[in-house]
Design a protein. Structure first.
Length: 53
């Protein structure tokens, strides 16, 4: 299943939704993280979890 995770800020994707996204990915879901601003620091962290963004 594809799962889209929306956030108002890129840093909240990892700080508040990171564990949830990791669990969904481990359970076989395709997780796509979306935030309004690109932030390289967070992009690298999301990439390390193999999440699309």
């Amino acid at each position: 299943m594809k799962v889209l995770v929306l956030s108002t800020s890129a840093n909240t994707l990892m700080n508040f939704r990171g564990d949830m996204m990791k669990t969904m990915y481990r359970n076989g879901h395709e997780v796509i993280a979306v935030a309004p601003e690109p932030e390289k620091e967070w992009a690298n962290k999301l990439n390390s979890l193999l999440l699309r963004h």
